[in-house]
Design a protein around this ligand. Structure first.
Ligand SMILES: C[S@@+](CC[C@H](N)C(=O)[O-])C[C@H]1O[C@@H](n2cnc3c(N)ncnc32)[C@H](O)[C@@H]1O
Length: 269
């Protein structure tokens, strides 16, 4: 089983390959086909080249990636073992995992908050840079994903990852009572709830001026910027969220073309 990609690069190369097959069937100038092939090569090359030139995953991360990709998530849903859709395309993957790991190191984070855990890959990547007395709280509402990840963390004797089972907004409310300030936050759960996650984090002082917030899937497969992509309620919310945070003078934001879009946010002084 292979990992599906929802990044614009992956979508572009899939569509160009389909176009190539169709154009190859009719008599078309070979020079145009060659041009198209060069576009396929460029679009296909970006992510695989990034992966080849990024530090390798640890054995633990490689094993977790493999077991997530090989797991039959669809059957779990059909057999009502899983309470919602889960799929291997949810994995942030090798390059983003290493990016989160290096950000954890640069920020010298000791307390991390993750919103959206799935099989535990991004949590495990960040925890690899966490000091021994550090803690990573991760929110997940699907009991099937919680069980899958907890088994991996137990097998690795990884006690610094605290899974907070249940809806993220409720968990954030509970965490605010504990008065924890997180050095690093990774937002990767329900896309339409991103504005609420960020508001709740800020309103409850779960971050301060030194904290870094990482926000995943801000491209939403290109739906936020391409007029040709089918819109959804989530994409409309994400589009407004992206522009609101970029315009807000309280924040310093940078959007990066990593996988499906990755935004960094800090509170301004
Ligand atoms: C994209 S996946 C996370 C992937 C993970 N961060 C990684 O890169 O390996 C999103 C996860 O968030 C969970 N989720 C979605 N909405 C949630 C919510 N409101 N509260 C808690 N978990 C949620 C989903 O069940 C899913 O497992």
């Amino acid at each position: 089983m292979s990992k599906k990609t929802y990044s614009p690069y992956g979508i572009i190369s899939e569509r160009l390959k389909e176009l190539y097959i169709e154009l190859d069937k009719i008599s078309i100038d070979k020079h145009l086909l060659l041009q198209l092939n060069s576009c396929i090569s460029l679009s296909e090359g970006v992510e695989s080249y990034m992966e080849k030139n990024t530090s390798p995953e640890s054995d633990n991360l490689a094993d977790l990636s493999k077991s997530t990709i090989n797991h039959d998530w669809d059957s779990a849903l059909e057999m009502k073992k899983s309470s919602g859709f889960l799929g291997s395309q949810m994995l942030c993957g090798h390059v983003e995992g290493q990016f989160l790991k290096i950000l954890t190191k640069i920020t010298k984070a000791k307390k991390i908050l993750e919103i959206g855990m799935f099989s535990g890959y991004s949590a495990l990547a960040m925890v690899e840079s966490l000091p021994k007395d550090g803690e990573l709280y991760t929110c997940e509402f699907n009991p099937y994903a919680v069980k899958f990840a907890q088994e991996t963390f137990d097998k690795l004797k990884e006690k610094r990852i605290k899974i907070k089972s249940g809806p993220a907004l409720e968990t954030l409310k509970k965490l605010s009572v504990k008065r924890i300030v997180f050095d690093l936050v990774f937002i990767d759960a329900t896309k339409s709830q991103y504005p609420e996650y960020l508001d709740m984090i800020i309103d409850n002082s779960l971050i301060n001026k030194n904290s870094l917030v990482c926000i995943d899937n801000t491209f939403l497969q290109g739906k936020v910027f391409s007029e040709f992509e089918k819109k959804s309620s989530s994409s409309k919310i994400m589009k407004k969220f992206n522009s609101d945070i970029a315009k807000n003078p309280k924040f310093h934001t940078v959007m990066l073309p990593l996988r499906d879009g990755f935004t960094l946010l800090k509170l301004n002084d």
